[in-house]
Write a protein of this length. Structure first.
Length: 541
């Protein structure tokens, strides 16, 4: 048996040309094999490579027709905007375009669009050191989750991968991957999961790892509601205990299972539970105040060191509250105290970069001036939502320092709401598709960037998500009348119904919404502004 040998590219080109030119001559392949000491299989392989290269160079390239583009835009719009499954897309296209498109063709369109979206996202990384929000979104498979990384300042989805094992090694590999792509960061915020903490401390031990403030305050609110519910139950039991006590005093037997007959003990427990509810409400409000971006006191702004001392005192008060809590709620209060204690180390990470800027402004403007600037920033929703408007209202001598302060406060990061917003986009799609591939995640990320997230290369533009339905309705009222706008408003409730997949009545409602949405979507396709987000990234000029 003869084996292929190494040869120069020019030699391979000559052999491939001879094979193509004399492919119908009997015995020519055997003659070449003997002359060059090359196997026949290798010669046929060279012939195939040559023919493939010639077809690629001289063959006519396929160009999508207008109908193909319309089908692709329809499929991707129904997929992203309507959270539709492949079967729903197939039925809607029959109504919109009057054509039957197979589910295999729809899957191929989604696959090709996903590949283009992944290539597009590789070139959308923001420059400079960023603030990243990390979180997991658990899948239907136990122990695995979608890993998501979102830029806090621009809401760009930097990474979103299919389910993998939730451990420090998986997060380490993902962070290494985005590092190799050129992404840099100075701050990471998360909900405090152990896997994320291990990866962050391993890769960037010197960077700030901010603990999400919202999760801690949310836990406090949940325990507060349980304590309030316990107080309400004890108050409702007061009349029953009083009747039981009168029955026992009259010589009768108490009724019911585990009856309470001691009115004094019951009132003491009620007063103790009311004290716990009031104390917990005070401690939660103080914790929320100390975790604000700025804390104003009579003496000025509260620095990170003073905040830490206040939080230590708050932790001691939490410990004392655990000792006086009744047995029915002691376990809940202790669990909350343990969670707050573990989170305290990372809750003030956002304060450290602010101390230097605030102290610099105090040295330049004075304590009272900085206090006034902080007071105005806390009421920016009334005085002016944009920093430029606030700065313009201050005296000219204050404006440089005020602009620096407002920028620092605006960019302070203490929550991972950016990645939570991305989770809210994925949830209705997970309810429909059960699982999302890398292609689907890339398509949704591109849609999210162009329709919801702010542009990182623009100057703090407002998200388009809040305006797009009103803009679309305004265009459709002028073209097609109010009834179509109502159908779009009805169809926009489809994501809510998609979260209820099991019931037969819900399926009927989904079918009706599919029909209304397909009619509205067929008209909306003619509006170029509704198609630009798909045409721009997937079909570049």
């Amino acid at each position: 048996m003869r084996h292929p040998h190494s040869s120069t590219p020019d030699h391979q080109i000559r052999l491939a040309s001879e094979m193509i030119a004399h492919q119908r001559i009997y015995g020519h392949v055997s003659q070449l094999s003997r002359e060059h000491q090359i196997s026949r299989q290798w010669l046929y392989l060279l012939q195939a490579k040559g023919q493939k290269a010639m077809k690629r160079e001289f063959g006519t390239k396929w160009q999508p027709t207008e109908q193909d583009l319309q089908i692709e835009r329809s499929v991707l719009t129904l997929l992203t905007e309507c959270h539709a499954s492949r079967e729903d897309i197939q039925r809607s296209l029959e109504v919109i375009l009057g054509e039957h498109i197979s589910t295999g063709k729809i899957s191929e369109i989604i696959y090709q669009a996903g590949k283009r979206a992944q290539e597009y996202l590789k070139h959308q990384l923001p420059k400079g050191k960023r603030a990243l929000a990390l979180d997991e979104q658990y899948s239907s498979k136990r122990g695995e989750a979608y890993f998501n990384i979102v830029d806090v300042w621009s809401s760009l989805v930097l990474a979103s991968i299919p389910p993998v094992a939730v451990d420090g090694e998986s997060w380490t590999l993902l962070l290494w991957q985005i590092q190799e792509q050129g992404l840099q960061w100075k701050l990471i915020v998360s909900d405090g999961g152990k896997a994320i903490q291990d990866a962050v401390h391993k890769i960037t031990p010197g960077h700030i790892h901010q603990r999400d403030v919202w999760h801690v305050l949310h836990e406090c609110q949940k325990v507060q509601r349980r304590v309030n519910r316990s107080v309400d139950q004890l108050q409702e039991q007061t009349s029953k205990v009083e009747r039981q006590a009168k029955r026992v005093a009259a010589g009768g037997k108490p009724r019911g299972k585990n009856p309470k007959t001691d009115m004094v003990a019951h009132l003491a427990e009620l007063h103790q539970m009311e004290y716990v509810a009031t104390s917990l409400c005070f401690l939660t409000s103080e914790l929320q105040r100390l975790l604000s971006i700025i804390v104003l006191t009579e003496d000025g702004l509260l620095g990170s060191q003073a905040r830490q001392e206040e939080l230590d005192t708050l932790s001691n008060l939490f410990s004392e509250l655990c000792d006086v809590t009744p047995k029915t709620m002691k376990k809940e209060i202790k669990r909350l105290f343990h969670q707050v204690q573990l989170a305290l180390a990372g809750l003030l990470g956002f304060c450290q970069p602010l101390d230097e800027i605030q102290q610099k402004a105090i040295n330049q403007l004075g304590e009272a001036s900085v206090h006034l600037i902080g007071w105005a920033w806390q009421r920016r929703a009334i005085l002016g939502p944009k920093s430029d408007q606030l700065v313009a209202d201050f005296p000219p001598a204050w404006q440089p320092g005020a602009a620096e302060l407002l920028t620092a406060w605006d960019e302070a990061v203490r929550s991972s709401s950016a990645v939570e917003n991305w989770h809210s986009i994925l949830r209705p799609h997970l309810a429909v598709h059960r699982s999302l591939s890398a292609d689907m995640l890339a398509i949704l990320a591109v849609w999210y960037h162009h329709r919801v997230a702010t542009r990182w290369d623009a100057q703090r533009t407002e998200p388009a998500h809040a305006q797009r339905l009103g803009f679309l309705a305004h265009r459709l009222v002028g073209r097609f009348g109010l009834s179509i706008c109502l159908s779009i408003s009805w169809a926009s409730t489809m994501p809510i119904c998609r979260g209820l997949p099991a019931n037969r009545e819900h399926r009927r409602l989904n079918s009706a919404l599919d029909y209304q949405l397909s009619i509205a979507a067929s008209l909306a396709f003619n509006i170029s502004s509704c198609e630009a987000w798909l045409l721009l990234p997937f079909y570049p000029k």
